[in-house]
Design a protein around this ligand. Structure first.
Ligand code: SF4
Length: 199
């Protein structure tokens, strides 16, 4: 009977690829360095409730500024807003700028970090320790999404079925899109009232 081979982790590969010399950085193992790369995104999941609250206020503020965005032109403000959004969300969530953000439905865990880019739950390959089958050192984004969603007020939005990713929206600002859509919905809701008043 063949002996079971130990799994090759990303940390092992990093260690093997490291140049051999007498110098070893103090107290920093390759394993810990790999884990650190997920530290901020895991913090965001742990604080999903706080971020849910903050995002809601932030979206309100952006909607309040709709006349300004409209005055300047959504097309013109896209580049600077996208510049900020990419950096902020890149730092907080390892955002991949899909342009159709679902963080509020996925426990503040970005599904685009799933190597298979699944938007509706995990594949069947989640490891027993809750890590990804493709990247063994990375916690499965959907395991984390479920954990994060359990802390949130509207966490059951994780049960909503998400549409397939629209690749034409990549590298565009989700903040501006959500604002423009909310403003359009608000104007559409006000129209019948205005018509009624003028009738
Ligand atoms: S869902 Fe899309 S926009 Fe939201 S954090 Fe992930 S890649 Fe970025």
């Amino acid at each position: 009977m063949s002996e079971k081979q130990p799994a090759v982790t990303q940390a092992t590969l990093v260690k093997k690829a490291a140049p051999k010399s007498d110098y070893k950085p103090a107290d920093v193992s390759p394993q810990r360095r790999v884990q650190r790369s997920f530290a901020v995104r895991l913090w965001s999941v742990r604080h999903s409730r706080l971020l849910e609250w903050f995002y809601s206020r932030f979206a309100d503020a952006f909607l309040l500024l709709h006349p300004l965005w409209k005055g300047i032109g959504y097309g013109r403000v896209e580049a600077p807003i996208k510049f900020v959004e990419k950096r902020v969300k890149g730092f907080m969530f390892d955002c991949r700028m899909c342009g159709q953000c679902v963080l509020s439905s996925t426990g503040m865990s970005c599904p685009m970090n799933c190597p298979k880019q699944l938007r509706n739950g995990p594949c069947g390959g989640v490891r027993a320790n809750g890590n990804c089958e493709v990247e063994p050192d990375m916690p499965c984004v959907w395991v984390k999404a479920w954990e994060g969603s359990r802390n949130m007020v509207h966490g059951d939005k994780i049960l909503d079925v998400q549409k397939p990713v629209d690749q034409s929206l990549r590298e565009t600002s989700a903040w501006l899109r959500v604002t423009a859509q909310a403003a359009a919905a608000r104007e559409a809701a006000q129209k019948p009232q205005n018509n009624g008043a003028s009738a």
